[in-house]
Design a protein around this ligand. Structure first.
Ligand SMILES: Cc1ncc(COP(=O)(O)O)c(C=O)c1O
Length: 436
């Protein structure tokens, strides 16, 4: 095959041209919002734990390098352009794979399904594939309704499961109200409040859906025993338990699943459904998975094997990439590395909180998933800008704006962690100067 003449993919437009086109053809309010922040973070070159901005953070400034501690919510668990993943994808393309045909069986879906069954908490052995997290969440809620023949769904206030149909219904009003999308069967309760859960879960409820560590809701850590009790309540009432590990799964906590030993080492809870996305892609090929216990299959697929379809979800290429990612991330040595880096990072953040206790309230997290809570929302927002200027990309939690969520790629090294902590501290010190 001859070489394609197109060789350049980054920097084909100047920042000015890009912003103009984006505004005209994609999303003008988004452009205005970034302008309002006085920051423009447009990814240019990217490699490993860092990305370079296309041009400067402000017009006329040179590009800067940022540690990617946003990681797009875990998409870049393996960093940018991970060489093993890139090689696998190239080999898969050269080896003849494409998206595959959703109407037919697929060897790569079969192989990935088997691997996931090996890695899941015991008894979760079946997987249905999608492209994004919202789609996988929709799938889990649909299947719960089909199995229980009930409509109710309980989720957490501040929880986030996506912008698609059922997923959107589980979210906060600000996301669904603009679309006139609300049903009384979908109820939100405070996260971590077991009495509220007991009250809400009745025999009309099909499922409870919770993030094992609510990310957009503030990187909250449930009290020990909470998820085990949720499991008991669901069992008592015949309700399906769905855990969303879109951000907290795949080794992010130093344990493969947060719900299964990643929150408290002695607490291993087995939900009925486990939902994954983001990191499933390794940042190069979209894929999401809704995995579940086999008894659920009959009620969904027995009369119609095509009861759930996704043309591009579970593509052959996506499954091949995900399999390679799982090989890497489930390796005990890899998980030990995350634990070790997590300890260093969490310890460093605690010191930063102690040294800046006039504006910082606390830090909480597991592994390499941390929240940094400010006393004031305004300080959190200004703090985000100040830390980005010091070379660390992170963001505040959309449903708890006084808290930053910090998720470095899982491949960070000790020297990166030390540098990131130094830069976060400098960003906080600069913020304090600004405030005085
Ligand atoms: C916990 C969680 N679940 C689900 C989703 C939805 O994933 P997607 O954006 O791929 O639809 C997200 C996205 O941010 C998420 O953070």
């Amino acid at each position: 095959m001859s070489d394609h003449p197109k060789k350049k993919f980054i920097g084909t437009l100047s920042q000015k041209e890009l912003v103009k086109l984006y505004s005209k053809h994609v999303n003008a309010p988004k452009v205005r919002m970034f302008k309002g922040f006085g920051l423009s973070v447009i990814p240019g070159e990217r490699k490993g734990v860092k990305l370079k901005t296309l041009e400067g953070l402000r017009v006329g400034e040179p590009p800067i390098e940022l540690y990617n501690c946003h990681s797009s919510g875990g998409v870049f668990n393996l960093g940018h352009q991970n060489p093993r993943i890139i090689q696998l994808l190239k080999n898969a393309l050269d080896g003849g794979l494409d998206i595959g045909d959703h109407l037919l069986l697929s060897e790569w879906r079969a192989l990935l399904g088997k691997k996931l069954a090996e890695l899941m908490p015991p008894g979760i052995t079946k997987t249905t594939f999608g492209v994004g997290g919202g789609e996988a969440v929709d799938c889990a809620i649909k299947f719960s309704r089909a199995y229980t023949k009930r409509k109710g769904c309980i989720s957490a206030i501040g929880g986030y499961h996506g912008h698609t149909g059922f997923a959107l219904l589980t979210g906060d009003p600000e996301f669904k109200d603009p679309f006139l999308w609300n049903f009384p069967e979908f109820q939100q309760i405070p996260f971590g409040d077991i009495d509220a859960m007991r009250k809400a879960v009745t025999e009309d409820v099909a499922c409870v859906i919770l993030e094992s560590i609510p990310a957009s809701g503030g990187v909250l850590i449930a009290p020990e025993g909470y998820f085990a009790e949720v499991r008991e309540i669901c069992d008592e009432k015949g309700v399906m338990m769905i855990n969303d590990e879109v951000q907290s799964g795949l080794g992010r906590t130093g344990v493969f699943w947060a719900i299964y030993g990643g929150l408290y080492s002695d607490e291993k809870v087995v939900p009925d459904f486990m939902v994954c996305a983001k990191g499933m892609s390794s940042g190069v090929y979209p894929l999401s998975t809704c995995s579940y216990k086999p008894f659920i299959e009959k009620s969904v697929f027995k009369d119609d094997p095509f009861a759930q379809l996704s043309t591009t979800g579970g593509s052959d290429l996506g499954c091949a990439v995900a399999l390679e990612m799982l090989e890497i991330q489930s390796d005990p040595k890899f998980l030990d590395h995350v634990k070790e880096m997590g300890k260093l990072f969490g310890g460093g953040l605690k010191e930063i909180v102690e040294e800046n206790s006039d504006i910082l309230k606390e830090t909480r997290g597991r592994g390499l998933m941390w929240g940094l809570e400010f006393f004031k929302e305004e300080d959190s927002q200004l703090g985000m800008l100040s830390i980005i200027k010091e070379g660390v990309l992170l963001n505040y939690c959309v449903n708890k704006k006084d808290t930053h969520i910090i998720m470095p790629p899982l491949i960070v090294k000790k020297a990166d962690i030390e540098d990131i902590l130094k830069r976060i501290n400098k960003g906080i010190l600069n913020l304090k100067k600004l405030l005085t």
